[in-house]
Design a protein around this ligand. Structure first.
Ligand SMILES: Cc1cc2nc3c(=O)[nH]c(=O)nc-3n(C[C@H](O)[C@H](O)[C@H](O)COP(=O)(O)OP(=O)(O)OC[C@H]3O[C@@H](n4cnc5c(N)ncnc54)[C@H](O)[C@@H]3O)c2cc1C
Length: 467
């Protein structure tokens, strides 16, 4: 059968492709679009019945909710460029009217701008070396020598080194635990790089959690897929990937086999260990997937609170038995979003959930809630990527290396906003051989103005509050 004759066939019946992309998250879909633009015949295999992976726009009790990744920002040039390219509208959270912040004995209610000023000073000190060790923040190993000095540090080590007054330290550990799973597990260099990517200011570091696609993160994926029209097979979890000198055979759990000279694995690092590779993965890849790169503690809840009904934010310190490190309602009428990394907390028990919120806000009343547990999901096995101490220098560059005919992609191994939507898109570009953005190119993408950007006041808590 000639290639032209094959192309005339229904592409859904093809078994042989130029590239097989495994995983239809933002990295896999970005890579697919780029390869389609280069004229490649691409098969995109996705385990779930939906695209998007660790982003998941859903409807719950009449609300559009994001069960995974949500916020995007101008400082994240890869996603910003996509929003502009497809003219996808964004919205800004209005932000909280009240802040519940931890004290040594409980919580106090503060004006959000007061909480913001306090945290600003503490975060700025926490991050004081960050822009120096990351002079080119999209190139994490540019100053390998400087980064090496911090590579073994956890965020807990940094807190210990700062020797803060206890009442100050507890204003930081909601964040260091949320991002790392625990402050001890999370590498200091990872969050330092995010700070450098934010330009080294608290306004921007906090502010990257302000805007979100008004039609959901799924609107980015749908726009990319509509443009590139790959052969997409949902409900097709890949079981094995076998390569020989000429081609790779990818077999699904249902026993369907497909071949291509090149395969892109755009599944989470933590999932690699559940797929059989022949020959076996290189040592660095095996280590990464066995130790884990996606945070394995985090669960995200959307809560219908009958009381209070207003906009608020609440933060809890690590290790004190207050399970929701971060929660809040940022728009009138929205449900409350809450994150927990407390592995002793049973978020499936509604009484426990209500009790935990009442410790912060007496009289809180839970009407209903929904939990998303990506760490328990076999196709995620974790939430956003976040390295552990000593992983950056030892593993990062190696994980981007191909294994024969197999390439790897994903936010978990991205150079820039690793652990974010932007990192997934960046890494999808990289693996497809398309240019990624840094330096002046990143600045130009961030300056794009084809979409309307609601004005926010970045001097308020979480950079919010309309001007
Ligand atoms: C709770 C939570 C909150 C977050 N908040 C933010 C935020 O506000 N802003 C932000 O920028 N980022 C956020 N992130 C991070 C962001 O969502 C991720 O970094 C990004 O979506 C990862 O994209 P990816 O393509 O690298 O991986 P994934 O989205 O995980 O895509 C991998 C795909 O591979 C598929 N797959 C897995 N195994 C197989 C298999 N065996 N066969 C076939 N397919 C398979 C999966 O189903 C999935 O579709 C958050 C993440 C979580 C979980």
């Amino acid at each position: 059968v000639t290639e032209a004759a094959e192309d005339a066939q229904d592409p859904n019946l093809r078994r042989d492709f130029d590239v097989i992309v495994v995983g239809a998250g933002l990295a896999g879909v970005t890579a697919t679009r780029e390869l389609r633009a280069k004229g490649k015949r691409v098969l995109l295999l996705e385990a779930r019945d939906r695209v998007g992976g660790r982003t998941w726009t859903d409807t719950w009790n009449g609300h559009m909710i994001e069960r995974g990744g949500t916020w995007v920002d101008r400082l994240q040039p890869h996603v910003w460029r996509e929003l502009n390219r497809y003219e996808l509208p964004i919205m800004a959270d209005v932000g909280p009217a009240r802040a519940f912040m931890p004290t040594l004995t409980g919580f106090q209610e503060l004006d959000p701008s007061v909480a913001y000023v306090r945290q600003n000073a503490l975060f700025t000190k926490f991050f004081e070396d960050s822009t120096r060790i990351y002079p080119e923040p999209f190139n994490p190993l540019k100053r390998r020598d400087l980064v090496a000095r911090f590579d073994g540090f956890s965020m807990r080590d940094r807190l210990d080194q700062m020797a803060l007054r206890p009442e100050d330290e507890i204003l930081l550990t909601s964040w260091t635990s949320l991002y790392g799973g625990t402050s001890k597990r999370g590498a200091l260099t990872h969050i330092q790089q995010w700070w450098a990517l934010s330009g080294g200011t608290f306004e921007a570091f906090h502010g990257v959690n302000t805007y979100r696609p008004a039609r959901g993160t799924v609107s980015i994926l749908n726009a990319m897929l509509a443009e590139s029209k790959p052969v997409l097979k949902l409900n097709s979890p890949v079981k094995s990937v076998v390569q020989n000198a000429n081609k790779v055979t990818v077999t699904t759990r249902a026993g369907e086999a497909f071949t291509a000279p090149e395969v892109i694995m755009a599944v989470p690092v933590n999932v690699w260990r559940t797929i059989s590779f022949s020959p076996a993965l290189p040592a660095a890849h095996r280590e990464a997937t066995n130790v884990g790169m996606g945070v394995t503690e985090e669960r995200k809840l959307w809560i219908d609170l009958a009381n209070p009904k207003d906009r608020f934010v609440a933060e809890s310190p690590e290790g004190r038995g207050d399970p929701f490190c971060f929660m809040g309602r940022f728009n009138d009428g929205d449900p409350v979003v809450a994150f927990t990394v407390d592995t002793t907390f049973d978020e499936t028990d509604g009484n426990e959930v209500e009790r935990a919120i009442r410790k912060i806000i007496p009289g809180a009343e839970v009407r209903d809630y929904v939990v998303t547990n990506f760490p328990k999901d076999p196709f995620a096995l974790g939430t956003g990527g976040y390295r552990q101490p000593n992983q950056l220098i030892r593993l990062h560059a190696k994980l981007q290396q191909p294994h024969g005919r197999i390439k790897f992609a994903g936010s978990d191994i991205a150079n820039g906003w690793n652990g974010y939507i932007d990192g997934a898109i960046e890494d999808g570009l990289r693996v497809a051989g398309s240019p990624t953005l840094s330096g002046p190119a990143a600045a130009a993408a961030s300056a794009e103005e084809r979409i309307v950007v609601p004005m926010v006041n970045r001097e308020l808590y979480r950079g919010l509050g309309r001007r």
